[in-house]
Structures are given as structure tokens and as C-alpha cells.
Design a protein around this ligand. Structure first.
Ligand SMILES: [Zn+2]
Ligand SMILES: [Zn+2]
Length: 104
């Protein structure tokens, strides 16, 4: 795991970026879940779909300039990492879990 490549305050940096864009995916524009949003009526798939992650545009986690940090929903984020075009099935989100783990 490469968690050490992230700064100590990564979660803070990521949260700031998410707040700056109103918790919206910068690719497809979907409104993602805020920490305070009620998830009790949502399925796990919906929660995954609408979880915003902060992607490093140049794939370098050490580079935390604002222009390198792009908030993306799970399917869009996954598509950046798999470099596949088109739709992403929920089943593929298990790969996303791995990516997510490396992003935080
Ligand atoms: Zn998206
Ligand atoms: Zn990423």
C-alpha cells in the first residue's frame, strides 16, 4: 500500500476540494453524497455510485496542487484508472474499492 505517498492532511485537502465543487463529480456532474447526508434509504450500490473521490490528474499523489485534484464519482473515477470508455457496471466497483483504499 502506498499510503505514505499521501500527505498527512490528505483527508483535509480532499474534503476541501469536494466542498469547493459542491460535492459534484467533475466529469458527469452527478451530485454526490456529503458526509452529513442520510444514507439509510440508499443501497450499497447507490452509496458507492455517489461517493466522491479526489483523483490526481497526473496520477502523482504527491502533487496536491488544486489543478491536479479532480473530484470524481465512483464510476468516473474508475474509468480514469481503467482507461475504458463507456459504462461501468456495479460489479466493477470492487476494483474501485481497491483504488479508493489507495486514495485515502
Ligand atoms: Zn461522475
Ligand atoms: Zn484516481
Amino acid at each position: 500500500m502506498s499510503k505514505s505517498r499521501y500527505p498527512d492532511n490528505w483527508e483535509e485537502i480532499a474534503k476541501e476540494r469536494k466542498e469547493a465543487v459542491g460535492w459534484k463529480c467533475q466529469k458527469c456532474g452527478i451530485q454526490c453524497l456529503k458526509p452529513e447526508d442520510n444514507r439509510s434509504k440508499l443501497t450499497i450500490s447507490e452509496i458507492k455510485r455517489r461517493t466522491l473521490a479526489v483523483h490526481h490528474a497526473n496520477y502523482q499523489p504527491e502533487d496536491n496542487r488544486p489543478e491536479n485534484l479532480i473530484p470524481l464519482c465512483s464510476p468516473c473515477h474508475l474509468s480514469y484508472h481503467t482507461r475504458r470508455k463507456g459504462s461501468v457496471s456495479i460489479g466493477q466497483l470492487s476494483l474501485f474499492d481497491y483504488i479508493e483504499a489507495n486514495h485515502f
